[in-house]
Ligand binder design. Sequence first.
Ligand code: ZN
Length: 467
Amino acid sequence: MTGNLLVRGGRVLQGDELVEADVLVRDGVIAAIGRIEPLEGMTIEDATGLIVLPGMIDPHVHVGWPGAADDFAAGSRAALAGGVTTFIEFAVQFPGDALDDVVKEWKRMGEASACDFALHAIVSDSRPETLEAMARVMDAGVTSFKMFMTSQHSGGLGVDDGTLYDIMCRVAELGGLSMAHCENDEVIGHLSERLIADGVVTAAGHSAARPPLVEAEAIARAVRLADAAGSPFYIPHLSSGEGLRAALLDTGRRVPVIAETCPQFLALTADVYARADGAHYVMSPPIKSTEDQATLWAGVIDGRVSTVGSDHCPYPRRFKDENAASDFRRIPNGVPGVETLLPVMYTLGVRTGRMTLADLARICSLNPAKIFGLEDRKGSIAVGKDGDLVLFDPDRRFGTAASDLNSEIDYSIYEEMELWGMPVATVAAGTIVAREQRIVDDAHRGRFLARTPGVALSEFDRRVVAA
Ligand SMILES: [Zn+2]
């Protein structure tokens, strides 16, 4: 249920500027921006002293993955508490599943979501019925398709190069966007066996089995295949400098290639894998070196990296710790992230002077909206767009202890880090759903967002020529 919400007295992000203005949201949609006199029936929210940002869009979460701690309900609450008002979840075609049923099932699960959501589809085969279903899935508003190039941690979802190419050709035919988890399956398997034989069994082995080469080789291969297929290509969770160079090397290709990185790659380094609780940081690709981190930051700042997605996929401590001392291959992959996306990017991006607030809003809201076909409704504060706002206090600390967070997870990967920037209130479609890291409206439900393919994707392609 939505009425009229008037956010008064804040400084509202408009383009590159912060403008003193009120924002009126009527029936979930922004109706006016400027000096607005309150009228009877309006809910007034005082934003004096606060910055008003568009709701963040996390293009990469897992809130339906079997065994993970957060389902749609918990994951979306975590998102809203952290200022993310829209996320894009992956609907997973496990081997043998019918793709239509998968998307229907994920939409059904999404009815529990407290924030708006869209779906990518993870495709795990190129059977004729799957390729046919992809057209119907596109019509249903799921216009991006991700394939796993490795089976090592994905529960057997990996596809061979032929299957990957077939699916990319179909995506090209349908006008969608291909994505791939780019890591070299055989090298990981080979190095893992050797490490285990040498007695390197803890999280350090997970990291050692996945040097930057593993990512860069798979990216180079996937980009070639996507180009041959004629499909625009999006690289999720880019983790290494070598990977970034492989992604954007100008080989004369015709298709745009777009890169996403994750907050954990920008905030942490591979040192975490030497810690006693290193298993808590196990994800694929793993967190890399200080040099990789510096290259990724440079890419975020100069536009070679277009988006930041959290890859939110937390597992409770007991699952993480179960095999942590005996076999890193059996540690579930994934870390929490959707709730801390905005404060991490604010603290390490804006507060350090690396970027402006407008840059942050572009990378964490406008770019994903454009790339994933949500720009008509999301991505900026403008009349006619959804009333998704973050009333933001940059000078307040964001609580990073597990007890401060809404995610159903019993640890925090940022516990020891000082994060700044408090979403004093998160507004979803004109309803105040969270205040100061706590959900205040349990009844609010998000909507499934049927997407159209993103346009002008070449705007995000930043090719580099090898030196
Ligand atoms: Zn992921």
